[in-house]
Design a protein around this ligand. Structure first.
Ligand code: ADP
Ligand code: MG
Length: 258
């Protein structure tokens, strides 16, 4: 079981009186793409934010554990959690502007992660930033390193956000609707980038999306979420992921797939 990077058990989260994540459990393993898939409002983002301990103040934990390599994130002191975020677990979002700083260059923002977690500075740091920009497919890294986020295209901003996430060399990357806001061709490019990086680095990729077609294409395992619960999980066999769905809701969702 050493391959289990994240093990979530009995996680339950409420906003005021309403339970929006209802005692769910799942694993994310090293070197795999695990998808949490469900319609909008089913509780996917709250689950991820709960694991990251980034819930809004109105939310509270009712129960649960989230072990990262055996250490329960939900019971760590905040200072420890701060070291884990961005280093052991990184997260990217639908809208890069929610995590890119508009008044700092892309190079500075990647560099900050390298300094914070690895103590890199000066030319060593610059070299690593250029390498990361190159890895995520940003053209002309030595020019783009000095660009501000608004000077990049939407797809390039997404790539810059991925570079920041990778800078910490995380064991687990959580990607919450990473391609939803992008044009179809850019979507495919970003998804290809994520799966390539995930394979190369043997990283665990936790993909959160409402896009069943995407999940059917890229996920090794998937859990279907509805109204805060996980209804059913699937494991890929060959090129088939969603075989023989048991739950009526899952069947209905999958019937819409081409
Ligand atoms: P998903 O990511 O699957 O679209 P979310 O996890 O964002 O869904 O939301 C799950 C539920 O939690 C929804 O019913 C949503 O209305 C509620 N919710 C999310 N964020 C908040 C918030 N800040 N305050 C109150 N309710 C929230
Ligand atoms: Mg969401």
């Amino acid at each position: 079981m050493n391959d289990v990077v994240l093990q979530v058990q009995d996680l339950a989260i409420a906003f005021r009186q309403e339970t929006v994540v209802d005692r769910i459990g799942f694993q994310v393993r090293r070197g795999e793409t695990f998808a949490l898939v469900g319609e909008s409002g089913s509780g996917k983002s709250v689950t991820a934010l709960g694991v990251m301990r980034l819930l809004p103040p109105a939310a509270r934990y009712l129960d649960g554990r989230a072990h990262l390599h055996g250490e329960d994130l939900l019971r760590l002191p905040e200072w420890r959690m701060n070291r884990i975020r961005g280093r052991r677990i990184a997260m990217i979002f639908q809208d890069p502007m929610t995590c890119l700083n508009p008044v700092r260059t892309v190079g500075e923002q990647i560099g900050e992660v390298l300094t914070l977690h690895f103590g890199l500075r000066g030319t060593g740091r610059r070299r690593r930033v250029l390498e990361l920009l190159h890895q995520v497919g940003i053209p002309e890294p030595d020019r783009r390193i000095d660009s501000y986020p608004h000077q990049l295209s939407g797809g390039q901003r997404q790539r810059a956000m991925i570079a920041i996430a990778l800078a910490g060399e995380p064991d687990l990357l959580i990607a919450d609707e990473p391609t939803t806001a992008l044009d179809v061709t850019i979507q495919a490019q970003i998804m290809a980038l994520l799966t390539r990086l995930q394979r190369q680095r043997q990283m665990a990729l936790w993909l959160i999306t409402h896009d069943l077609g995407l999940v059917a294409d890229v996920a090794d395992r998937a859990a279907v979420m509805q109204q805060g619960r996980i209804l059913e999980t699937f494991e890929r066999r060959g090129d088939k992921l969603f075989e023989r769905p048991q739950h009526p809701y899952t069947r209905k969702l999958l019937a819409a797939l081409p």
